[in-house]
Ligand binder design. Structure first.
Ligand code: CUA
Length: 327
């Protein structure tokens, strides 16, 4: 059993250290395939070395025409090797099908429903809720309770992406005009990095996110925080920062819940000040990086759709103070 006091492991992903029931099946199949392949390699190399040694020790040049009698053992050996190869491939196929069935058999009962949209180049996660005011939208950290299934509905807003959290499950493509689902369950608390696994443009490698698996209590507390509207400016500087945000084109693309900013092109910024990292984990969340990002996004993430914002220094300082206050 795990407790709330267990520190989460460092951010990362490892399909050989599974943290979910499906990743366990996949890792076990991978291990079995590895040992079968290793056995085949050893047998083939062994036969190869034996053939080399025999050939080297034969003094007489090989006869150009061998009698049918002499060819018989060779034919048998080739037929035997072909049969063994076919049987091994069938065994591996059966193992793969059995694993596929085991992956699909995961229970969806009481699953958290999340709609996932792949965008160039970030993932948008919307936690479904019958009450529209309780839909949480996030772009970087995806919180889930340990041991509870999560049903993800995948789609794409532009090109083909592929959703992959190696520590929890296999890949699933997010295809424009098509919806597919993926159910996963984290059985161990931790922070599991996810990654787009289908080349989708210049920032494909930076199309990342984190699944934070935590206790139900911690998840409920996160939900409460995530549903809280953004903090209102508490002093003249942050008030000025909010004015800068609302008067500039920032609010056309970004949402800050509790304000008039309801853009849905870029990630929501309601609690951006509480994030540890920015731009899909590319840079740490501090004033320097956030300022650099606002002024020249292409300098950090070449190809990004966000335009440069050459703000006056005092406006930029006020905007940074405001965004930093959105805890
Ligand atoms: Cu999205 Cu690669």
């Amino acid at each position: 059993m795990t407790s709330l006091l267990d520190p989460p492991p460092e951010l990362g992903h490892d399909s050989l250290a599974p943290a979910g029931v499906q990743a366990v099946h996949i890792a076990s199949l991978l291990t079995d395939y590895f040992w079968i392949s290793a056995l085949v390699f050893v047998l083939v190399m062994g036969a190869f070395v034996i053939a080399l040694v025999r050939r080297g020790s034969a003094d007489e040049p090989e006869k150009t025409e061998a009698s049918p009698e002499a060819l018989r053992p060779k034919r048998r050996a080739v037929a035997g090797a072909t049969a063994v190869t076919a049987v091994m491939l069938v065994i591996m196929l059966v193992m793969s099908v059995v694993t596929g069935h085991a992956l699909a058999a995961i229970s969806k009962q009481d699953a958290i429903q999340i709609e996932v949209t792949g965008r160039k180049w970030w993932w948008q996660f919307e936690y479904a809720d019958a009450d529209p005011s309780k839909i949480i939208t996030t772009s970087w950290e995806v919180h889930v309770p340990v041991g509870r299934p999560v049903e993800l509905t995948l789609k794409s807003a532009d090109v083909i992406h592929s959703f992959w959290v190696p520590s929890l499950d296999g890949k699933r493509d997010a295809i424009p005009g098509k919806r597919s689902t993926l159910v996963l369950r984290a059985d161990r608390p931790g922070r599991y990095e996810g990654q787009c696994a289908e080349f989708c443009g210049t920032q494909h490698a930076n199309m990342r996110f984190v699944i934070v698996a935590e206790s139900q209590e911690a998840y409920d507390a996160w939900r409460m925080r995530a549903l809280t509207p953004a903090r209102a400016p508490a002093d003249p500087l942050t008030q000025k920062g909010q004015d800068v945000f609302m008067k500039s084109r920032c609010q056309v693309c970004h949402t800050i819940a509790g304000t008039d900013a309801r853009g849905a092109v870029g990630p929501p910024l309601t609690h951006v000040g509480s994030q540890k990292r920015l731009v899909q984990g590319t840079v740490p969340n501090d004033r320097g990086h956030l300022g650099g990002w606002i002024v020249d996004p292409n300098g950090i993430k070449p190809g990004v759709a966000m335009p440069a914002n050459p703000l006056a220094p005092e406006d930029l300082q006020a905007l940074l103070a405001y965004l930093g206050s959105l805890q």
